[in-house]
Design a protein around this ligand. Structure first.
Ligand SMILES: [Fe+2]
Length: 224
C-alpha cells in the first residue's frame, strides 16, 4: 500500500526487437551511402562503432535514470534511438530525424501510450541541446549525460588512439591526443547535473589522468 508500482511498458523481448531494428537501420544507412561521401575510414562513422556507442549510452543512461528517479523505460528507449539517424543525416539534423524514426517505429508496434511515445521522442529530439541541462526533462538530461560520458574515460581514450592509426600518426602524438580526451572529460564533468553522472565523470577522468601519467612515464621525451 502506498507504494507506486510503475508498470513496465517495454518488455525485454520488445527492447531486443528495438535493438535489432536500430542496428539494421544503421547498417542499411552505411550501405546506401555513396562511395567516398563521408569520412568512412574514421571508426566513428561505421555502423559497428555507432552500435557499440548506443549500447554504452543505453547502459549509462539506464543507470543514471534509476539513481536519479527518472522514468527508466523512457530513458532507455530514447537512448537506443538517439543516434539511429546519425549515419544518414547531417549532424545538425540527426536528433530531429532520429525522433521521427522512433515515433514511426513506436506507433507501428505494440500499444504504447501516446504520452510514452511523446516523452521518448522529446528526449531523442533534444539530445543535441547545447545549453543548460536543467532546462530539459529529467529523461533527456539522463540521455545527454550518458552520451557525454561515453566519449570520455578509457573508452574515449581507446577511440582517440584508434583515430591516430587512421591518421597515420606516431605514438609520440599520443600524449596530445590523450590530453584532448582529458579536456573533453573536464567539459563533460562541468556540464553534467546529476550526482550519478558527476561521480561517473570523475571516475573516468581519473582513469585518463592515470593513463596520461603512465604514458609520460614510459615514453622518453614526453612530459618533461
Ligand atoms: Fe550519441
Amino acid at each position: 500500500m502506498g507504494v507506486e508500482i510503475k508498470e513496465t511498458r517495454v518488455s525485454d523481448a520488445e527492447f531486443e526487437e528495438m535493438k535489432t531494428f536500430v542496428f539494421d537501420y544503421l547498417a542499411a544507412s552505411v550501405e546506401k551511402e555513396e562511395e567516398g561521401g563521408r569520412m568512412r575510414w574514421y571508426p566513428w562513422h561505421s555502423a559497428e562503432y555507432r552500435h557499440n556507442h548506443i549500447l554504452n549510452v543505453v547502459d549509462l543512461a539506464e543507470e543514471i535514470a534509476r539513481e536519479e528517479g527518472a522514468d527508466v523505460d523512457v530513458t532507455r528507449v530514447a537512448a537506443l534511438f538517439h543516434d539511429v539517424a546519425k549515419l544518414e543525416t547531417d549532424q545538425e539534423l540527426h536528433a530531429e530525424a532520429g525522433a521521427r524514426v522512433a515515433r514511426e517505429y513506436l506507433e507501428s508496434r505494440a500499444d504504447y501510450p501516446e504520452s510514452f511515445i511523446k516523452q521518448v521522442c522529446r528526449a531523442v529530439e533534444h539530445h543535441s541541446y547545447q545549453g543548460d541541462l536543467d532546462d530539459l526533462a529529467l529523461e533527456t538530461q539522463c540521455l545527454i549525460e550518458a552520451d557525454l560520458l561515453d566519449k570520455i574515460g578509457a573508452n574515449g581514450t581507446a577511440l582517440m588512439l584508434l583515430r591516430m592509426g587512421y591518421e597515420a600518426r606516431t605514438h609520440m602524438d599520443a600524449d596530445e591526443m590523450v590530453d584532448r580526451v582529458l579536456e573533453r572529460g573536464y567539459d563533460a564533468a562541468s556540464r553534467v547535473e546529476s550526482d550519478t553522472a558527476e561521480s561517473i565523470a570523475h571516475q573516468r577522468l581519473k582513469r585518463v589522468k592515470w593513463f596520461k601519467e603512465w604514458l609520460e612515464d614510459e615514453i622518453a621525451g614526453l612530459g618533461d
